[in-house]
Structures are given as structure tokens and as C-alpha cells.
Design a protein around this ligand. Structure first.
Ligand code: C5P
Length: 326
């Protein structure tokens, strides 16, 4: 793709532009064999949920990043050097568009770090949208998603949001019809898991058991049917994640958390993505609040987040006080 800068208009934003992007949960995660490029072919259903990263891009002399925790999010594991995904996203967009200006990115993190909820990918998605607006590039969603896919498999979904089937390494997306809002309680683990380590453990375990062909066993159709019908009970029955066994092998507390969640009233529980966050599905938003109340004394209130999905993908936030339609 190519994107070209337009001359700054008189209405160009003088200060920063803020964009936000959502977390994701995988309603289905089918993992195929390891490919020659090291990635795994997936058949997955992503749902964007209402935990958000906010990224503010401000013109600066050189590229830089600062990170702020929202609430009790532990941001100690977030890199502040050139490896930071939001910073890589801003640089990649500048390179693609021939922009020689730099930005400072300020990230407000609400999504658990290394939690299997694509927080780093949401940072990249929000950074792409914020810089695209700041530099007035009008790259379009597909243009940004193409750059996003070079940064991480989940970045295109952070841009698109809502509910989507992901194939390839998760970057090829097709929207899925949903007729309801689903209510979730997320239980954060006490330590993070590395995605490559969970994929490697998955390979090791699956070598013993043989490979299923992703997408060939009716699980995708069951999830799509439950989403189309807007039925949380049917969705609860259809949730599945091929990485569960591997994540549980690397983090012994996960099986206990899944069991505690189900006993406390969840319809169903799954490991979110490669983990270690556990996603619990509730029958309604009120039921999710009650579920979180039941769980608070058992796991600690600081480890619980309630959220709903689907929600839209990365968007620019209008400054407070912007008149409607301006
Ligand atoms: O694409 P992303 O940067 O999120 O991937 C992180 C790591 O997770 C990859 O380096 C790879 O080890 C693993 N991965 C994979 N197959 C995928 C996605 C990720 O093996 N489809």
C-alpha cells in the first residue's frame, strides 16, 4: 500500500490526537501446525470487549513513549524502548507515508499486560489511528491494517474490533453477525505468560496427540450460530480454546481459576487467547456484576474486570467539548 501526506490544513490539530482501542477475547481458538515461518495457522473468533488502551500522539523532536496505568493495571512489564509496539507502529506508519516528523506517544493502559487480551496490539492499533489523524494521512482501515499485520497478528483485529473470524496467523479477518451484547468477567492471573512459550508448549503437547485440521470439526459453526442467535447459554457451550492445556501446564493456577469461576455462577470459562487471563461468560451485565462480587473474596477484587462485547475497533477520541457534527 502507499499513503501520502497531505499539506496541513488551517484546521490541523495543533496539539495531540488521542485514539483508543479495545481488548479482545477469543471465543474460539483452533491452532494448526507450526508453519515454516514459525507462526501457526489459526481459526479463531475474536470479540472486542470494553477494556481500552488510550494513546495520545503529540508532535515531538524525536520518537518517545510514556506509559500510565489506569486503575490497578500493572504496567511494570511494558517496554519503554524502541521495541514498544505502539512506538514501532508510529515509526512504521511514518516510514510508509514518507513522514519525517516524530511523535511522543502517551499510553494509558487498562488492558492486562501479557494477559492474552492483546493489550500490546491495542496500543499499536490506537497509535496507528492517532498518528494517521495527527499527520492527516487518511490511510483508511485496510491501509492501517496492512501495516498493523507486519507488527503483530492481533493488530488488524484491534483496528477492526466488533466480532470477527480470524484465519492465517489471525490477521485475515471476516466480520461475524452478532445480535446481542455479551457480558464478561475477566480474572487476571498473578503473573503473565509469554505467547511464544505457550505456542511452543502447545506444539510439544500436540506432537503426542496428533493435529486436528483447524476449522474442520464444526466448532466454528457452533460459535457463529450462538452469536447469530444472541444466546449466551449456547455461546457458553461453544467456547473453546486449543491453547488451554498448554497455558494450564505453564501456569498451575489457571485450572483452579476456571473451576472457581464456574462454581461462582459463570455460564462457562475459558483461557483468553494464550492466557493467563481467564474469561468468564455471564448471562447478563447484572449477572456479571454479581459474579464479580461472588469472586472478589475468593480471588481478590483487584484481579477482576467486568466488560461487555462486542465494541468497535480503534477510534479517535474527540476532545472534550467538541460540538456535535464539527
Ligand atoms: O504476531 P505476534 O507478534 O502476536 O506473535 C507473537 C509470537 O506468538 C510469534 O512470534 C509466534 O511465536 C507466536 N504466534 C504463533 N502463531 C500465531 C500467532 C503468534 O506461533 N498465529
Amino acid at each position: 500500500m502507499s499513503v501520502s501526506p497531505s499539506a496541513p490544513s488551517p484546521g490541523a490539530p495543533a496539539a495531540g490526537v488521542t485514539a483508543r482501542a479495545p481488548a479482545k477475547v477469543n471465543l474460539l481458538l483452533q491452532v494448526g501446525p507450526r508453519r515454516s515461518d514459525g507462526f501457526h495457522d489459526l481459526v479463531t473468533v475474536f470479540q472486542a470487549v470494553s477494556l481500552f488502551e488510550e494513546v495520545t500522539a503529540t508532535p515531538a523532536e524525536e520518537f518517545g513513549i510514556s506509559v500510565e496505568a489506569v486503575g490497578e493495571t500493572d504496567v511494570s512489564g511494558v517496554p519503554l524502548d524502541g521495541s514498544n509496539l505502539a512506538l514501532r507502529a508510529a515509526r512504521a506508519l511514518a516510514r510508509e507515508a514518507g513522514i519525517t516528523d516524530a511523535v511522543h506517544l502517551h499510553v494509558r493502559k487498562e488492558i492486562p499486560v501479557a494477559g492474552g487480551m492483546a493489550g500490546g496490539s491495542a496500543d499499536a492499533a490506537a497509535a496507528l489511528v492517532a498518528c494517521d489523524a495527527l499527520w492527516q494521512l487518511r490511510s483508511g482501515l485496510d491501509g492501517l491494517a496492512e501495516i498493523g499485520a507486519t507488527l503483530g497478528s492481533d493488530v488488524p483485529f484491534g483496528l477492526h474490533g466488533r466480532t470477527a473470524v480470524g484465519t492465517g496467523r489471525g490477521e485475515r479477518l471476516a466480520p461475524v453477525l452478532t445480535t446481542a451484547t455479551f457480558a464478561w468477567v475477566f480474572v487476571l492471573a498473578t503473573s503473565g505468560l509469554s505467547t511464544p512459550a505457550v505456542f511452543a508448549e502447545c506444539d510439544r503437547l500436540r506432537e503426542v496427540e496428533g493435529w486436528a485440521d483447524p476449522g474442520s470439526d464444526g466448532r466454528l459453526e457452533a460459535v457463529e450460530l450462538a452469536l447469530r442467535g444472541g444466546d449466551p447459554q449456547a455461546l457458553g457451550r461453544a467456547l473453546s480454546n486449543d491453547m488451554t492445556q498448554a497455558a494450564c501446564a505453564l501456569n498451575a493456577e489457571l485450572l483452579g481459576t476456571l473451576d472457581t469461576g464456574r462454581r461462582a455462577g459463570a455460564i462457562a470459562g475459558i483461557v483468553s487467547g494464550s492466557g493467563p487471563t481467564v474469561a468468564l461468560l455471564a448471562p447478563s451485565e447484572a449477572a456479571a456484576r454479581r459474579l464479580a462480587q461472588n469472586l472478589a473474596p475468593l480471588v481478590g477484587a483487584h484481579r477482576l474486570r467486568t466488560a461487555t462485547g462486542p465494541v468497535p475497533g480503534a477510534r479517535v477520541l474527540e476532545p472534550v467539548g467538541t460540538p456535535k457534527g464539527s
